[in-house]
Design a protein around this ligand. Structure first.
Ligand SMILES: C[S@@+](CC[C@H](N)C(=O)[O-])C[C@H]1O[C@@H](n2cnc3c(N)ncnc32)[C@H](O)[C@@H]1O
Length: 243
């Protein structure tokens, strides 16, 4: 809450606070940080999550006890490494990106982090790969944790497919849920996709969700965090509210 006691800081303060909390509390993952530096050297856009959000993903994977993680949007593997390093020894992570150049850099970073055996990197359109994973010929085990961080227009479809792919009680995290406030009037296609995703999370009681606003070096944004209510995986709608 912004009040006289808690005034909204200036952007310079916000960046300084983020540096401080990252230094004091987060302990950035050295492999993830090297992955981010390699991405910058290769000219990839600096659109990976911030270190404190990477650590949040790491903690959520650990706290939920997830063994099977699905990531939509790999880039150079920064968030992949944060989540992969929280998996139990027999845990696995499937990450998807449609840019072969991003995937090549991510594969090298994942290997350098010692996660090649745990991480399966799939290159292609996320909706196509997710539909394959959910299809009748698939042998894919259900996912316990899903992180959605790719194109925003497809978010409702990603959430719909995530329901087909999730285990009971799975955790779903959606990045960029506030999009600099653009979700209020949702004029551009990205903001419309996010807004539609939030409407789905709020209206389909197969999900139990909230949204946290954030500020930091990545600007004003936020993330949605949801749980698939036990007994409710499958197509959206027709939910039971048990659990
Ligand atoms: C914001 S970046 C992911 C950042 C990464 N999660 C991290 O924090 O380190 C988004 C990625 O999604 C990929 N992407 C965008 N649209 C996609 C689509 N339709 N299918 C698969 N990948 C897509 C982009 O190529 C890009 O690498």
């Amino acid at each position: 809450m912004v009040s006289a006691n808690h005034p909204l800081g200036q952007p310079a303060d916000i960046d300084a606070v983020e540096s401080l909390i990252t230094r004091l509390v987060v302990t950035p993952d050295e492999h993830a940080e090297r992955a981010a530096r390699r991405a910058i050297d290769a000219g990839l856009p600096p659109i990976e999550v911030a270190p404190n959000h990477g650590k949040l993903l790491h903690l959520l994977v650990a706290i939920s006890g997830a063994r099977r993680v699905l990531e939509i949007g790999t880039l150079a593997g920064y968030s992949t490494i944060w989540m992969g390093s929280a998996l139990p020894p027999d845990g696995t992570l499937v990450t998807i990106d449609n840019e072969p150049r991003h995937a090549r850099i991510a594969a090298a970073n994942i290997s350098e982090a010692g996660l090649t055996d745990a991480v399966e990197l799939r290159v292609g359109e996320a909706t196509t790969i997710l539909a394959e994973l959910a299809g009748p010929a698939s042998t894919s085990a259900p996912f316990d944790f899903v992180f959605i961080d790719a194109d925003k227009e497809s978010i409702p479809e990603y959430l719909r497919l995530a329901l087909l792919l999730c285990a009971d009680g799975a955790v779903v995290v959606l990045d960029n849920a506030v999009w600099h406030g653009a979700i209020i009037d949702a004029a551009d296609p990205a903001a419309r996709g996010i807004r539609a995703g939030l409407e789905l999370l709020g209206s389909d009681n197969k999900f139990d969700a909230t949204v946290i606003q954030t500020v930091g070096t990545k600007g004003w944004d936020g993330f949605a965090i949801a749980r698939v209510r036990p007994g409710n995986q499958g197509e959206p709608g027709n939910a039971s509210v048990a659990g």
